[in-house]
Design a protein around this ligand. Structure first.
Ligand SMILES: Cc1cc2nc3c(=O)[nH]c(=O)nc-3n(C[C@H](O)[C@H](O)[C@H](O)COP(=O)(O)OP(=O)(O)OC[C@H]3O[C@@H](n4cnc5c(N)ncnc54)[C@H](O)[C@@H]3O)c2cc1C
Length: 398
């Protein structure tokens, strides 16, 4: 066993752990990151790349609750469940149902709105700090409602966003097509979020982020943290072949954080919403900004040299293989919009770290500030990475 001692040990090198490591290093702390894989190669690699300062609506809403049965068991729905995972998922689902009730949904949206506000500005600064400004695009983001009925049904969400001061412009179908002329004609309308920005290559941004973290003097320990415990002289993390002693530990292991949090005395209802992407390599992209056809639960994302189609929610745990039907479904729905796409160049399955209320856990452990929990960012982890890092830095400074 090799022994390492440090001031702060960050468990998990996704966008959350890396942003925290960079920030704490800038605060003058000695930091190590424990990560068994290539840093940034988890959920942080394969997402839709949107810095979604508008994404205040939690996954659990009264409408999702009303339509839960048809949504969950329809093979073409954007929200699905693997039947084999039902027994293990039951406690998470029960809590999700409670969090989807009208009052809770509003409270959750309010907490998320507070977190995402200012995300675009924070990311612009963050990208400059890590040398990735050239990978940001500031052309806003579009929601597409293919029918007038669907557009009308979005009224409550639009009003809720307005109540939080989220910038959003209601567009007719004609106005949507003026912004994105290669979309096919449709009858409904759209929402334009002018403040949103997007990454043209999340994988490359993760590479530059981990390079910046390394250059700042953070040591990476290539290992999987199996155990965490309090001892008389700080925190001990078992990550074979290493044993790491730290004054403070940050649990930022994404969807795999639940076991570590439980070991330190913090049982949390964290699970995963599995998400997929398919990519189509192409020299000329058909859209300028991320476009979300809301009925299908995915984003069409213009990325460097390819169109990425990313999204879906599949409740089904961390170990089951990718479901080929979900991938076919994603590609087929993308081809309904752009018929010439052909077959995907590559496909991907990833694991969002998800809480039933869609609100991330960013707080000290129950036992004290020697362990900080920073996970559960669900659909907005990329968006919230700089903000999470600031919050963790403030928690340690207090
Ligand atoms: C399809 C899809 C689309 C998305 N689109 C967007 C979007 O447009 N905008 C947005 O803001 N968010 C989006 N998200 C969500 C976002 O990607 C996640 O919230 C975010 O990446 C979570 O970051 P993380 O660092 O917590 O987790 P991860 O990136 O998964 O990183 C966790 C890391 O911890 C490591 N780890 C796990 N266990 C241990 C252990 N025991 N010891 C050491 N290391 C460990 C893992 O190897 C991994 O590298 C999307 C997600 C998906 C799946």
């Amino acid at each position: 066993m090799s022994r390492i001692t440090t001031d702060v040990a960050v468990i998990g090198g996704g966008v959350i752990g890396l942003a925290i490591a960079l920030r704490l290093r800038a605060d003058g702390r000695e930091v190590v990151v424990i990560e068994p894989n290539e840093p940034g190669s988890g959920a942080s690699y394969g997402n839709a790349g949107t810095i979604a300062d508008y994404a205040v609506i939690p996954v659990g809403t009264p409408s999702v609750l009303r339509n839960a049965v048809s949504l969950l068991f329809d093979a073409n729905s954007p929200l699905s469940i693997r039947a084999s995972a039902l027994p293990t998922l039951f406690p998470w689902l029960a809590r999700f149902a409670r969090e989807s009730l009208p009052r809770r949904y509003r409270q959750n949206a309010c907490r998320i709105a507070e977190l995402v506000s200012g995300a675009s500005g924070a990311w612009t600064e963050f990208a400059a700090e890590i040398g990735a400004s050239d990978l940001l695009s500031a052309k806003g983001c579009l929601y597409l409602y293919e029918t007038q009925k669907a557009f009308k049904a979005a009224g409550a969400d639009i009003a809720l966003r307005r109540s939080f001061g989220v910038a959003q412009d209601l567009l007719s179908a004609g106005e949507v097509l003026r912004l994105e002329p290669r979309l096919p004609p449709f009858e409904g309308g759209g929402l334009f979020f002018p403040g949103a920005i997007n990454l043209s290559d999340p994988g490359e941004v993760m590479h530059r982020l981990s390079t910046a973290v390394r250059r700042a003097g953070v040591e990476f320990i290539r290992a999987f943290a199996q155990g965490i415990a309090r001892q008389s002289k700080g925190i001990r993390i078992a990550a074979a072949p290493f044993e790491i002693g730290a004054r403070t530990a940050i649990i930022a292991a994404g969807a795999q954080s639940r076991r570590l949090a439980a070991q330190i005395g913090d049982p949390v209802r964290l699970d995963t919403e599995r998400g997929y992407h398919v990519e189509f390599d192409m020299a000329e992209l058909p859209i300028e900004r991320p476009v979300c056809p809301t009925a299908h639960g995915f984003y069409l994302c213009p990325m460097r040299g390819r169109l990425r189609v990313a999204g879906l929610v599949e409740l089904g745990g961390l170990t089951a293989r990718a479901n080929p039907r979900r991938i076919e479904n994603l590609a087929a729905n993308a081809r309904r919009i752009f018929p010439d796409l052909g077959e995907p160049s590559r496909t991907w399955l990833g694991f969002r770290p998800s809480m039933p209320d869609s609100v991330p856990v960013i707080r000290p452990s129950r036992g004290g500030r020697d362990v900080i929990l920073a996970f559960g960012h669900g659909h907005i982890g990329l968006t919230l990475a700089p903000r999470t890092a600031q919050m963790v830095s403030a928690l340690l400074a207090a």
